[in-house]
Design a protein around this ligand. Structure first.
Ligand code: AHM
Ligand code: MG
Length: 332
């Protein structure tokens, strides 16, 4: 007989003891993120209908054009986290500086800070391709009761207490970890409830998919070129299949489920690659590792790198353990 599926709300409550002792703050924080994601989901699903997808003409801190939905998603998450008085600070891809939450509600007594990319892959929206939200959660290191400091956001990824992403794809899913494995929840849009659809996700040790923007091939370091050639070689279980959506959450999510490697290497055009360490690579690395995979910059474990800036970029090789190790062997 099939059991009644567990909802995300039920799951958070039943697992609370695994990740916090008394306050319930982290549970409230996860609840807040799941609600905000529903609002963003609703808006994204209407994007083509209400012609919301034009650009608003301003440029974000990375010098990239912001799409309206980026701005919308950023506002939804920031407002949800601020109004509910759950965190004491936020870093977002869309904001140049970190956000301090204090004031009336003594929010600077809160324990956690959030780092996020509210809408990753947003250049894809006009083409109907899936996008995602990425988030990481840290316990503050500055004393409670004082305003957050830059150092609260520059902790290495191994200090994350939770991380996750929301994929607004064929279904909308929320996938997260609190350091006890990875679980995925699918939104039933008719009733606005997430159900546990992917309990304890384990990434295959070895996959057959490689995901990289091969358009930059000529700009890649020789080791990356050699690894790509290795993936394409007719030998053993190769050639592998190439899949690159250009929306990291979607590429990572597919590889998490099916096995594979995602790469955004450095190139002669981009010395540090493109992806941001703090709010893109670290949450993804935490999830990938918790699912049994591996995430490095080609040489170092992503989670052990101490960020120097909140918007710092870093090369990323993430995915099935053996595939990432193989890619690294070509770099050395
Ligand atoms: P964004 O944060 O500006 O959306 O950039 C991140 C995205 C990733 O989702 C995706 O994997 C990558 O950029 C694609 O970049 P490129 O077009 O250079 O391959
Ligand atoms: Mg992004």
């Amino acid at each position: 007989m099939k059991h009644h599926p567990q909802t995300l709300g039920e799951f958070i409550i039943s697992n609370q003891k695994d990740f916090e002792y008394s306050s319930g703050e982290l549970s409230r924080l996860l609840n807040c993120i799941r609600l905000a994601a529903k609002v963003v989901n609703h808006e994204i699903r209407q994007a083509g209908l209400v012609d919301i997808t034009g650009t608003v003409g301003n440029v974000n801190v990375q010098g990239e054009e912001q799409k309206k939905l980026d701005v919308f998603a950023n506002n939804v998450f920031i407002n949800a986290l601020t109004n509910r008085n759950i965190v004491c600070g936020i870093v977002s891809e869309e904001n140049e500086d970190f956000i301090t939450i204090s004031g009336a509600n003594n929010a600077n007594r809160n324990k956690y800070v959030v780092v996020m990319d509210p809408l990753d892959g947003s250049s894809n929206i006009d083409a109907g391709v899936s996008v995602g939200t990425i988030f990481g959660i840290y316990r503050r290191i500055s004393p409670e009761g004082t305003p957050v400091t830059l150092d609260d956001f520059l902790q290495p990824g191994n200090m994350q207490v939770a991380a996750g992403y929301v994929i607004y794809g064929t279904s909308t899913m929320l996938v997260y970890t609190t350091g006890n494995g990875v679980n995925g929840f699918t939104l039933n849009p008719a009733i606005g409830t997430y159900y546990l659809s992917h309990p304890n996700i384990r990434m295959p040790e070895q996959g057959r998919v490689y995901s990289v923007n091969e358009g930059y091939y000529v700009h890649f370091p020789q080791g990356v070129k050699d690894y790509i050639k290795y993936c394409q070689k007719e030998e053993d279980d190769r050639p592998y299949t190439s899949r690159y959506i250009g929306s990291m959450v979607s590429d990572i999510h597919r590889n998490l489920i099916q096995g594979g490697i995602y790469m955004y290497p450095k190139s002669s055009e981009r010395e540090a690659g493109k992806l941001r360490l703090v709010y893109e690579c670290n949450p993804v690395a935490f999830i990938v590792e918790q699912a049994g995979g591996r995430a490095t910059d080609g040489y170092r474990r992503i989670l052990d790198i101490k960020p120097e800036h909140i918007h710092e970029r870093i090369p990323l090789f993430a995915g099935s353990q053996k595939m990432v190790e193989k890619a690294e062997s070509f770099l050395h």
